[in-house]
Design a protein around this ligand. Structure first.
Ligand code: C2O
Ligand code: CU
Length: 478
């Protein structure tokens, strides 16, 4: 790759990351002046077209070598009283009795075999988010998989690819099941381990979560606001929502967790001075974007959605919509006790900072350094299942244009494929590889993927309320 091109793409990515933080502020401003205005919700894209963009990083066809190893896991899906914090127990949905489910770690090219036993009173499925599985293993209830009925067992089997921070979650009755705890990390280690010098000294996998613990209903089978089915005026914010700038249908999440525990209950993340630390951040919330920040340290994003950036990017904060991931590194060069926190625009008109966990240097377990710091959704005017599926051909390089004409973030997730961001707000970029991309108010992206994994695939907003409200379509090819 020419040097000029490399520099241009680095600049494009860092501009993208910077302008996204900025765009968010813009949204907040707009939200403040538009209280009471109808939230028309629409994401638009053009018909798929064969693109001429010379993608550099997106491989032309899937290429991986099987390791010949098989890694077997078991996931028992059930209901468990889960203690978010002492005295705060919810009737959670759990894999193996815990929230999040166990971290599954494999090497790229391993055959992964996961036996799922459904001990719920309702059907479930498991989706391997960001993994390029054959369609029959994709776990979308009713599209690529028959329900795993109560009492039944299903075994998923696929070859682990691509390497990176992937995750798994229920793909049935999503707001209740996935939103209620059926989430877990799937880490696919690269086949050729990185040079020791490129390896962090320590790493943490961190899944966020959000819960409703007040009011009469336990968050178990959660009360999901009924979609109006008409859009328009019914999508207005209710004046009784206490000045919350939340969208219609967002549940009143009042408790926020990292790896299933609130800030006060979470064990601190211990580091040692001088270490290079990697955080695998996974936004496993039900609906809300979070902007993660760690004061006192320079954060470097090395991977987005598990895929290596051509060049790591230094950032102040890491915005992630639901389903998105970032691998972030920092050098532990500022001894003390620091708060990892997330700014959450959805919590009030100004947004709020939610503490998640402390990062504590060994020998500094004292000193605290703070931080100042409508239910009817459409794609091209149509509501799933009435959205027009995108019919593509095998081998095509497909370009999708996304424009978010609504006020809320839409983390758009494509099943079974990795895509590249090739344009952001009308600027062509040689952008990062992703499987989930948060498109904010009036943002405009073009993404490309190679149709190399035939089947029927979902492309949807990962905000589970929006998804349930119809912001979803299918991509078909044989
Ligand atoms: Cu992470 Cu359709 O899912
Ligand atoms: Cu959305």
């Amino acid at each position: 790759m020419g040097n000029g091109r490399l520099i241009r793409s680095m600049a494009a990515i860092s501009q993208l990351l910077k302008s996204r933080t900025f765009a968010l502020l813009l949204v907040i401003v707009v939200l403040m002046i538009s209280v009471g205005v109808v939230l028309a919700a629409e994401a638009v894209w053009s018909r798929p077209a064969e693109s001429t963009h010379p993608a550099l990083t997106l491989p032309p066809a899937k290429q991986f070598l099987a390791t010949g190893q098989t890694k077997e896991f078991e996931l028992d899906v059930g209901r468990t009283g889960w203690e978010l914090a002492p005295g705060k127990t919810v009737d959670a949905y759990t894999y193996n009795g815990q929230v999040p489910g166990p971290e599954l770690r494999v090497t790229e090219g391993d055959t992964v075999r996961v036996t799922v036993r459904n001990e719920l009173q309702e059907p479930t499925t498991v989706h391997w988010h960001g993994v390029e599985v054959p369609v029959g293993m994709d776990g979308v209830l009713g599209l690529s998989q028959a329900p795993i009925q109560p009492g039944a067992t299903f075994t998923y089997e696929f070859v682990a690819t691509p390497a990176g921070t992937r995750w798994y979650h229920a793909h049935a009755n999503e707001l209740a099941q996935q939103g209620g705890g059926l989430v877990g990390a799937l880490i696919i280690e690269p086949r050729d381990p990185p040079q020791p010098s490129a390896r962090p000294d320590r790493e943490f996998t961190l899944l966020s979560g959000e819960w409703v613990t007040t009011g009469t209903a336990a968050p178990g089978p959660m009360v999901v606001p009924t979609p109006s089915g008409t859009g328009g005026m019914d999508g207005m914010m209710s004046p009784g929502s206490g000045g919350m700038a939340q969208g219609a249908g967002r549940l009143n999440y009042d408790t926020f967790t990292l790896n299933g525990k609130t800030y006060s209950a979470a064990p601190p993340l211990t580091v040692r001075q001088g270490e290079r630390v990697r955080l695998r951040l996974i936004n496993a919330n039900a609906t809300d974007t979070q902007i993660f920040a760690l004061p006192g340290h320079r954060l470097t994003v090395t991977h987005t959605d598990g895929n290596a950036l051509q060049q790591p990017v230094q950032v102040e904060a890491v915005p992630l919509g639901v389903g998105e991931r970032a691998d972030v590194e920092f050098v532990a060069d500022n001894p003390g006790r620091w708060m990892l926190a997330a700014f959450m625009p959805a919590l009030s008109s100004e947004g709020e900072v939610v503490p998640l966990s402390d990062i504590v240097y060994e020998g500094h377990e004292g000193v605290m350094m703070g931080m100042d710091s409508p239910t009817n959704w459409t794609i091209n005017g149509k509501n799933y299942p009435n959205t027009d599926p995108l019919e593509v051909r095998q081998g095509q390089r497909v370009r999708i244009k996304l424009l978010n004409m609504s006020m809320e973030d839409h983390p758009m997730h494509l099943h079974g494929h990795t895509f590249q961001i090739v344009a952001a707000n009308a600027h062509a970029i040689d952008g990062p590889l992703k499987d989930t991309l948060t498109v904010r108010h009036m943002e405009h992206y073009e993404i490309e993927f190679v149709a190399d994994n035939p089947g029927d695939w979902l492309f949807h907003c990962h905000n589970l309320v929006h998804m349930g409200g119809g912001l979803m379509t299918e991509i078909h090819y044989r």
